[in-house]
Write a protein that binds this ligand. Structure first.
Ligand SMILES: [Zn+2]
Length: 165
């Protein structure tokens, strides 16, 4: 229950203000961020010949880099007061703290704690990124983590509970 003085203040500010009309519906909203990282696809339990057969140039011991594009989609209903599911500035901040600050200009095989001993394929990265991002999401629900390794190659993860195909 707002206090009398708060009511007075509000009516003093906008005497004839009408509450905005709230629209309901499930909306998917996406923020895109970029980072550059080096990596190498390599399974240390296999021979170099196996790794070369499997990964070709991507197993080059001297690493190679990608300009990654990460797109993260949240699902929710717009808040009737703000019209937002989430402030996209806040989602950007979360993506930087959870992923970009840890991966940008780093070597994904050696420099990133949460990727230790993981083969940094696009498939594995979207799963790992989901687990880093999800605990920060307070408004809306995390729906999809999509990572472009190149403009033509990307992977998507819809969460550990998504049904297998
Ligand atoms: Zn690569």
């Amino acid at each position: 229950m707002p206090s009398k003085s708060a009511n007075l203040k509000r009516s003093a500010r906008s005497p004839r203000a009408k509450a905005p009309r709230a629209l309901s519906g499930t909306v998917f909203i996406t923020r895109q961020v970029h980072f550059n990282s080096a990596h190498r696809l390599h399974n240390p339990t296999k021979s170099q010949a196996w790794n070369t057969r499997q990964y070709g140039l991507c197993t080059n011991p001297h690493w190679h880099g990608h300009n990654y594009v990460l797109e993260v989609t949240l699902r929710g209903q717009p808040d009737p007061v703000t019209g937002y599911i989430v402030d996209l500035g806040e989602l950007k901040r979360i993506l930087h703290v959870a992923v970009v600050d840890k991966c940008d200009h780093r070597n994904l095989n050696t420099d990133v704690d949460f990727l230790r001993d993981v083969i940094p394929s696009t498939e594995n990265l979207v799963i790992a990124f989901w687990h880093e991002i999800e605990p920060h999401i307070k408004a809306g629900k995390l729906h999809c983590v999509r990572l472009y390794e190149t403009p033509r190659n990307f992977a998507e993860f819809f969460g550990p509970e998504a049904r297998p195909a």
